[in-house]
Design a protein around this ligand. Structure first.
Ligand code: PMP
Length: 418
């Protein structure tokens, strides 16, 4: 875990439902069964575990440390910590939670959830303006990505993605035993269809496109997406986790091409990251494949009930998005006024900011942490090592960040001069 030392102590895998556990075992162990050559042996106490040898040097997703762990490590109370590293909403939708609390006593949690998620799909259909039969609800967008991977990828196949991008695309691809093919984005973090098409061959089953892109914030050229759909037989996956902040969607491509789907989440604009609700908008061809691969009961009854209430009362989402977008522009302007910073244009709820060097980015991150503010850095990344990524939060939190950043920069640059 390169990003932080907090979680080295984690030795247990915390998973609730047995089906999620089975699915994990299935993803990790089964893809290579068929011959003992695929297994790595290492003995301890005379006993060995059959592990996938293709995962020996696999780099897992680096989990974010908990707010409590961060607070403990810098000696402040958890209430003082501002999380500007996870791109979630600064606002918990309190009205939604109150209504959910009222419904809790009537929820039949002794039963499995309705595995068709009919009510949730109806409301998502109304929100996204897409046929409810072509929507697959998932346990967060990450599970959507996993379901796509298990339906479309396996050993011998590959997935192409313009990088830097959301790191879970690589993780999910490699967990299927498939090959992840990164294609460097250009100077402004855009990419050309030609660059991706150059890497398209008969093994390519998926293109992962994050739009707006995490962690760079830029939008994708629609012409490039069209060419990928038009000129290949691979599935073009468009991850629109942040689409509400850009006001733009590529959903119309699904009307024109069979080989495309859109992944979304209620974790960002809806302020429901803790409820774990995502969804995939599909074509008929894609929905058939995803329904083969999706776990039957991965969305909990309480979580679905919360999502249903949020989708029925979604006036607040528009207000939150408006405020975050206004704050994003204000913050970007303030940041450009600070010496030695480059702020990249963003269509999402975060800003990517380049500092003078990787060591400055790392020192500023630590100095901000001591002031109770957590930002994301990308140590060792050749394109982003000198950058920090900051989630746009409430006006008060953003002001606190700007003040802390000015003083952190002063401290770091002053220290260097001495
Ligand atoms: N896609 C992108 C681009 C993201 O940034 C994230 C959040 N880290 C996700 C998917 C996962 O979202 P969820 O919380 O719905 O699993």
């Amino acid at each position: 875990m390169r990003r932080c030392g907090f979680i080295n102590r984690v030795t247990a895998v915390v998973l609730q439902p047995a089906s999620v556990f089975t699915s994990l075992v299935w993803r990790l162990v089964v893809p290579l069964v068929g011959g003992m050559e695929g297994f790595e042996r290492n003995g301890s106490g005379g006993k060995s575990l059959r592990k996938r040898e293709d995962l020996t040097s696999f780099e897992p997703y680096s989990w974010e440390p908990s707010t409590e762990e961060i607070a403990r490590s810098v000696g402040i109370s958890p209430g003082r910590v501002v999380r500007m590293d996870t791109n979630v909403s600064p606002y918990a939708p309190v009205e939604v939670l109150k209504r959910l609390a009222g419904r809790l006593p009537r929820l039949r949690v002794n039963h499995y959830p309705d595995t068709s998620y009919r009510e949730l799909r109806e409301l998502l259909s109304d929100y996204a303006d897409w046929d409810q039969d072509l929507i697959v609800p998932t346990n967060g967008a990450d599970e959507g990505i996993d379901v796509i991977s298990s339906a479309f990828l396996r050993s011998g196949l590959s997935a192409v993605a313009p990088v830097p991008t959301y790191s879970y695309f690589r993780v999910s691809t490699e967990l299927q035993g498939a090959r992840f093919v990164p294609v460097e984005r250009g100077q402004d973090f855009g990419f050309s269809a030609d660059d991706l098409l150059e890497r398209y061959d008969k093994s390519t089953a998926v293109f992962w496109i994050c739009d707006p892109n995490n962690p760079t914030g830029n939008l994708t050229d629609e012409g490039a997406l069209r060419r990928l759909c038009e000129e290949t037989e691979a599935l073009v996956v468009i991850d629109e986790a942040y689409f509400e902040f850009s006001g733009r969607t590529s959903l119309r491509l699904l009307r024109d091409y069979p080989n495309v789907c859109v992944v979304r989440t209620l974790s960002k604009a809806f302020g429901l990251a803790g409820l774990r609700i995502g969804y995939v908008l599909c074509t008929e061809e894609v929905v058939r494949e995803l329904n083969k691969a999706r776990p039957p009961n991965s969305l909990g009854t309480v979580n679905v009930a919360g999502a249903v209430i949020a989708l029925r009362n979604r006036g607040y989402v528009e207000r939150v998005v408006k405020e975050i977008v206004r704050e994003r522009e204000r913050m970007a302007l303030e940041l450009t006024r600070i010496d030695g910073l480059t702020v990249f244009p963003s269509s999402a709820n975060f800003l990517l900011v380049r500092l003078r060097s990787e060591s400055e980015a790392s020192a500023v991150k630590d100095a901000l942490l001591r002031r109770g503010i957590v930002v994301r850095t990308f140590p060792g990344n050749p394109r982003l090592g000198d950058c920090i990524r900051v989630t746009v939060c409430s006006r008060r939190e953003n002001e606190r960040f700007l003040r802390a950043l000015r003083s952190a920069l002063e401290e770091v640059r002053e220290g260097r001069r001495r």
